[in-house]
Ligand binder design. Sequence first.
Ligand SMILES: Nc1nc2c(ncn2[C@@H]2O[C@H](COP(=O)(O)OP(=O)(O)OP(=O)(O)O)[C@@H](O)[C@H]2O)c(=O)[nH]1
Ligand SMILES: [Mg+2]
Length: 421
Amino acid sequence: MSKHSRKLAKLVDTSPKEETAILVALIHQNETEKLVQDHLDELAFLTETLGAKAIHRFTQRMDKPDTRSFVGTGKLEEIKAYVEYFDVDMVIFDEDLSPSQVKILENELKIKVYDRSMLILDIFLNRAQTAQAKTQVELARFQYLLPRLTRMWTHLERQRGGTATRGGAGEKEIETDKRDIRRKIDILKDKLKKIEKQGQTQRKGRQGIVRVALVGYTNVGKSTLMNLLTKENILAENKLFATVDSTVRKVVLENIPFLISDTVGFIRKLPTHLIESFKSTLSEIEEADLLVHVVDIAHPGFEDQIAVVNQTLRELGAGDKPMIMVFNKIDIAPKMPSEEELMEMSEFEVEEANFIDFEKLKVSYAKKSAINPVFMAAGDGTNIDELRKTIIEEVKKIHKKMYPHYLEDEVVDFSQYSDEE
Ligand SMILES: Nc1nc2c(ncn2[C@@H]2O[C@H](COP(=O)(O)OP(=O)(O)OP(=O)(O)O)[C@@H](O)[C@H]2O)c(=O)[nH]1
Ligand SMILES: [Mg+2]
């Protein structure tokens, strides 16, 4: 089909069309093509979560991005030709762009230019449910957008706000919008302070009870596990950042009550503005006594994901908390076959399959921590009892530190009851 007839077909087709995107990444000095493709898989998943379809990828081996146009001139020409020929709607870069790079790229390509942070911020904006999460995301997004406000963004923002201007906005409009955004940032900050105050009072009421937080990379199964542990119905789906708001529930196991919270998942290069304004939501993690670190063991990059989560926890000042490692999704993980089965396979097959040796992993994590890791499937409940047992053991330890006489008190209580009978 020629470009002209494709455009015509688009005009005739009135069904809502999924927006198309192309992805761009650099391959840095000590990175392999494979690693960058894995990162682009994640970027494609993020793109899908935003509601667009990634139709092509461009990579360029380059150690540092070009200060003007991120990629080199030749590559930019290549991208431009592709964008025009296939009438692409947006281009998404796997790193953050400087305000001037956004401007130059937008002028050259004449389509929406997203960088990694902006993409994540927009996903969060779509997903936030509570007033607090919404305010937090809006604030982070405006702060990020302010220096990057271009004609295109001004236009899009006005559409979002219901005051669409025709075509791109002029420099004057950009200035007006910048002023508007600064004002909005101040209002949002105030609003957030008020909401946070309410949250603090709420959290004060929770003092003196053991608090457990589910943490982990996005899409590993935290909400599924939360539902399983509390028999709640929290949205769990195969999308990145299904959960942006934190949920806290009370659980009682073996007579000991504790709180468990499900919070936003982490991701590589989480925008700093987002971490900043999500500090209060993330305080569920900061204030937790025990962390349950959920890992999607079926994900080929699960080890990198563990490292990202641990790093983010350190940044939040929660790097030293007791932690239960939960290797989730064992039902779909490529488990190491028996020796006989291995003998039957070719070297190539073994290499391709990337088998995971659960036993080896168990031993290595048992060495790293005083708490044994749990291998389970939150999806069908496999080994949930083992996790419950591990959680309650750890909760009991913490509870005992909080209330050294708790059990003795209980005995007194029981004797009182028996007296009444
Ligand atoms: N096969 C399999 N799928 C699972 C398992 N646990 C969760 N899932 C699926 O993994 C996807 C993500 O699950 P969620 O519970 O939403 O993950 P999350 O960690 O809360 O994700 P975010 O809130 O987006 O960070 C969903 O499609 C779940 O059905 C499991 O044990 N096995
Ligand atoms: Mg979730």
